[in-house]
Design a protein around this ligand. Structure first.
Ligand SMILES: Nc1ncnc2c1ncn2[C@@H]1O[C@H](COP(=O)(O)OP(=O)(O)OP(=O)(O)O)[C@@H](O)[C@H]1O
Length: 259
């Protein structure tokens, strides 16, 4: 049976000006290969500029890969319609304060993907919206709220609801916890773990905080200057890191780390 997500030799480079009339290729990451199965969580970690965001943005379809392939359940991602992609993969962006349209109510924000990607009628959409709000721990009262009426954690809950409303197989989350303080981070992590238990969703997480990564991921992939320098089960990577960069990441986020 094919893997839920298979990434093969994926590369991304950007053209950058190097003189008045010349450009040069700047490699953001690659070649990168990995697989993820249903219900698993992969954490992508690495120092700033190592290519984490560019990688998840490519998988989400926001960036076009320079080379390499992405397969969902054995099918090339490019062969899927935009509707099929949305039903397979949804992205949660870094800062919900800027990714939620301030002019739309929570109800409209959650209705939009259903209207665009499903054949549900108004009643079915309304039921799905209420069910999804419940899944993320919000009451139906929030349907009429605008984003500026929500606390930062509630904005995260709505961003997660917007990603979950189509019941995707995979959620891509790019440093979604950085704007929250530590207790709220754990609230959101626990919410995501609970959703995973109920729905079997797979997550790909870009994260800096190794403590949270340890708490919620099954696999860790460490990027350094666009290359995978270490990859394995969370337990193995955290207990026996092989690379200096991995040890440094663990050291900076785990005061009790002694290796
Ligand atoms: N749109 C772009 N145009 C040109 N170069 C880019 C672009 N986006 C990213 N890069 C470059 O690609 C490399 C990887 O960037 P990326 O944002 O993926 O790193 P990151 O690991 O997510 O960093 P951070 O943790 O700071 O978000 C960097 O050198 C960056 O300057």
């Amino acid at each position: 049976m094919p893997s839920l997500l298979k990434v093969t030799n994926l590369c991304k480079s950007f053209k950058q000006p190097s003189g008045l009339f010349t450009t040069r290729e700047k490699v953001a990451y690659g070649p990168v290969s990995f697989t993820i199965e249903a219900g698993q969580t992969l954490a992508i970690v690495g120092e700033s500029g190592s290519g984490k965001s560019a990688l998840v943005r490519t998988i989400a379809g926001v960036l076009k890969a320079t080379s390499g392939e992405i397969f969902i359940k054995g099918q090339p991602l490019e062969s899927l319609s935009s509707q099929q992609r949305c039903l397979s993969l949804r992205m949660i962006f870094q800062d919900p304060s800027s990714s939620l349209n301030p002019k739309m109510t929570v109800g409209k924000i959650l209705n939009a993907p259903l209207e665009l990607n499903t054949n549900k009628n108004a009643k079915e959409r309304s039921q799905k919206i209420i069910e999804t709000l419940k899944l993320v721990g919000l009451l139906p009262d929030y349907l009429a709220f605008f984003p500026n009426m929500l606390s930062s954690v509630q904005k995260h809950q709505v961003a997660i609801a917007r990603a979950m409303i189509l019941d995707p197989d995979i959620i891509l989350a790019d440093e979604i916890l950085t704007t929250l303080d530590i207790s709220l981070r754990f609230k959101i992590v626990n919410l995501l773990l609970n959703i995973q238990k109920i729905k079997g969703t797979s997550y790909i997480f870009v994260a800096h905080n190794m403590h949270l990564v340890k708490h919620m991921s099954d696999q860790i992939m460490v990027l350094h200057q666009g290359k995978i320098i270490e990859k394995g089960s969370t337990e193995t990577i955290c207990e026996d890191p092989q690379q200096e960069q991995t040890k440094y990441l663990l050291l900076t986020h785990q005061p009790d780390y002694r290796k």
